[in-house]
Write a protein that binds this ligand. Structure first.
Ligand code: UDX
Length: 456
């Protein structure tokens, strides 16, 4: 294939995208301002864990190079922008400066016919502003398209190679030419059945945040129902199984528990809410605010259960937290609900020990006060209560009897509704999960088939 492609920003989105493009046969140059990251990649070191990435990287190595010098992108025909767009602490502002810096930095090196393609998640209106800025900087029109990404961490490689859909936002004077270039780049995905949609810039920008806002709403919906179940004695797991059987509802993203976290959903939800407020779209503001509130409450519910099990006082209690990553199959701890609960328990005076199969190093950096153990039995030694907070398959396979031998009290809170309550109760554990009855009338859910297990 003849096209040479650059990818700016080598985070979860950009690096996986760059490696997958090389895997599909394109010549790719990846650029990042983080020299340490670039140096590591040159030596074949990936900066984060993502299932399958190592293998694809190894296979595609000779078609991908890494640099921190924009001049090295001068012979590229297409430039993808995948840099981060961090949110301010209050979620009000999205910092798009990296997108503008990366795009405008390209200008002196752009071939006359080059196409710039934004993939970063940006507030609606950004692509139009960037198009104007590029025109001013270059003294001519620079071709620009926007193609948001929908990849899930832990499934980035799969999702990049086999996305459900690819959306192109166009707004320049040669939309059909832009579409043709993108069609050529994504031809392998289309040959495997991916669908394509061509829209304007604003729609493309909104599709991304609206998709994440919907997923967040679905999770908060079932968590709101869990509140009702908790009070009325119904079982939210059985309920979700039943309503999910309606094809219009579906099972995915219908697992109640600790709620959502990570680098995307919370940020996109806040961004969506801020833009809705700015544009005076009041119903969207009200809805998203409720979604956020329910999600925050899901965390305090788990702490409440822990307090309940420890006679209302966590001071001096040993708490073992199973899981630090915001979801399984990743070492990412950004906005991790599990670590948030661990932090609250610590603040309430508990001695918190955290275990995670993969994310301990990152968790340590984020929360150095907490204690960490790489071995689950050591982590549980002397525990007054064990909290299951990230749905790693490893935890489903734990033997309640062996764990029971090392803890001080056989008490477990299942923050992810991923364990089999009967199994734990049989081994003498007090099992609690928000929205599930105390009595032994549990719906025997096949936890392996739970929606988040396949959906996340
Ligand atoms: C999300 C979107 O899914 C993806 O399309 C977008 O590109 C980036 O944001 P990701 O951040 O990887 O992907 O996480 P996701 O798999 O969506 O899970 C988000 C959170 O929701 C996790 O904390 C997960 O544990 C939680 N979750 C998910 C639930 O609490 N219940 C569920 O039923 C599903």
């Amino acid at each position: 294939m003849s096209r040479r492609i650059s990818v700016s920003g080598l985070g979860y989105l950009g690096l996986v995208h760059a490696i997958c493009l090389a895997h599909e046969g394109f010549e790719v140059v990846g650029i990042d301002i983080d020299r340490h990251r670039v140096d590591g990649l040159r030596k074949g070191r990936l900066p984060f864990f993502e299932p399958g990435l190592e293998e694809v990287f190894r296979a595609a190595r000779r078609r991908i190079t890494f640099t921190h010098r924009v001049a090295d992108l001068a012979d590229c025909d297409v430039h993808f922008l995948c840099v981060g767009t961090p949110q301010s602490a209050d979620g009000r502002e999205t910092d798009t400066s990296h997108v503008f810096d990366a795009a405008l930095g390209l200008v002196p090196y752009l071939k006359p016919d080059a196409l710039v393609v934004g993939k970063s998640t940006v507030p609606v209106g950004t692509a139009a502003l960037l198009s104007t800025a590029l025109r001013q900087a270059a003294g001519r029109e620079v071709r620009l398209a926007w193609s948001p990404e929908f990849v899930r961490q832990g499934r980035c490689v799969h999702d990049t190679l086999n996305p459900d859909r690819i959306v192109y936002g166009t707004g320049g004077s040669r939309p059909q030419d832009d579409v043709d270039v993108l069609d050529e780049i994504f031809a392998p995905q289309y040959s495997r059945g991916t669908q394509r949609l061509v829209v304007d810039y604003a729609t493309a920008e909104l599709v991304k945040v609206a998709a994440n806002a919907f997923l967040a709403t679905k999770i908060s919906f079932i968590n709101a129902v869990a509140e009702l179940c908790e009070q009325s004695g119904a079982d939210v797991v059985a309920l979700a199984e039943a309503i999910g059987m309606d094809a219009r509802i579906g099972h995915q993203f219908l697992s109640a528990g600790l709620g959502f976290g990570g680098g995307c959903l919370p940020k996109d939800l806040a961004g969506f809410q801020a833009r809705a407020e700015e544009y005076g779209a009041e119903p969207a503001v009200t809805m998203m605010r409720a979604v956020e509130q329910v999600n925050g409450k899901a965390r305090t519910n788990v702490v409440e259960l822990a307090l309940d099990m420890c006679d209302g006082d966590l001071m001096g209690k040993n708490i073992t937290v199973l899981g630090a990553a915001f979801k399984p199959h990743t070492d990412d701890v950004r906005e991790s609900p599990a670590l948030d609960v661990a932090r609250i328990c610590d603040a309430l005076g508990a001695r918190v020990t955290v275990h995670d199969p993969l994310a301990i190093d990152n968790a340590k950096k984020a929360h150095p006060r907490l204690r960490y153990e790489r071995d689950v039995l050591r982590a549980a030694r002397g525990a007054d209560v064990v909290l299951h907070l990230t749905e790693w398959p490893d935890y489903r396979e734990l033997d309640p009897e062996s764990l029971g031998r090392v803890v001080r009290r056989r008490r477990i809170i299942d923050g992810r509704h991923g364990l089999k309550p009967e199994q734990w109760s049989r081994a003498g554990w007090s099992y609690r999960a928000w929205g599930r009855p105390l009595a032994s009338t549990f719906f025997d859910v096949d936890v392996d088939a739970q929606a988040w297990a396949v959906g996340g």
